[in-house]
Write a protein that binds this ligand. Sequence first.
Ligand code: ZN
Length: 206
Amino acid sequence: MSPKKLLPIVQLGDPVLRHVGRDLTPAEIRGAEAKALIERMRETMRKAPGVGLAAPQIGLGLRLAVIEDQASYVEEMDPEERAAKERDPVPFHVVINPRIEILDRTPVRFFEGCLSLAGFVAVVARARAVRVRCLDHAGKPRTIEAQGWYARILQHEIDHLDGVVYVDRMEPRTFMGSDDFAHHWGGEPVELVRAALDAARLPPER
Ligand code: ZN
């Protein structure tokens, strides 16, 4: 297989997205296979395009994810929206065998999507800041402290390694197609959308 060939992204329904991934061994991390895998995951994420891709999303039950929030994605955003989301560019990096800890539990609500539920978005409350202890591409221990959108990306990707997908955490009444989101709600503040959808309310059980 050519190293440039993109990897197919599995969609919700594939059991691999519901399994807890296993840690990589030091030998695996140093191996040529992991190097090639990371390279192909990077190309696949960029092409999608996305800001993160976890190994289960390409069918592998491993605790590995790639992350990159490119400056070009961030710079084209409305400055007010960007500030509200606390979104800054994040250089490409790999997260291997991560353990996550919440630093600031303040729930931050925004719409998010997932390459494994292509074409949909929903509001998900995420902790504002997290600390992640993991290994980098070379197997070196690394501690990441992140806030805002980067913290959201880390929580989303590390959830994948635990078999968790954003629909497990979303506000169900805000779930919608991304085209309809853009058509009906694009540019509206999330609190206004939540209120209009009555997102906080679930009808009582009958
Ligand atoms: Zn995802």
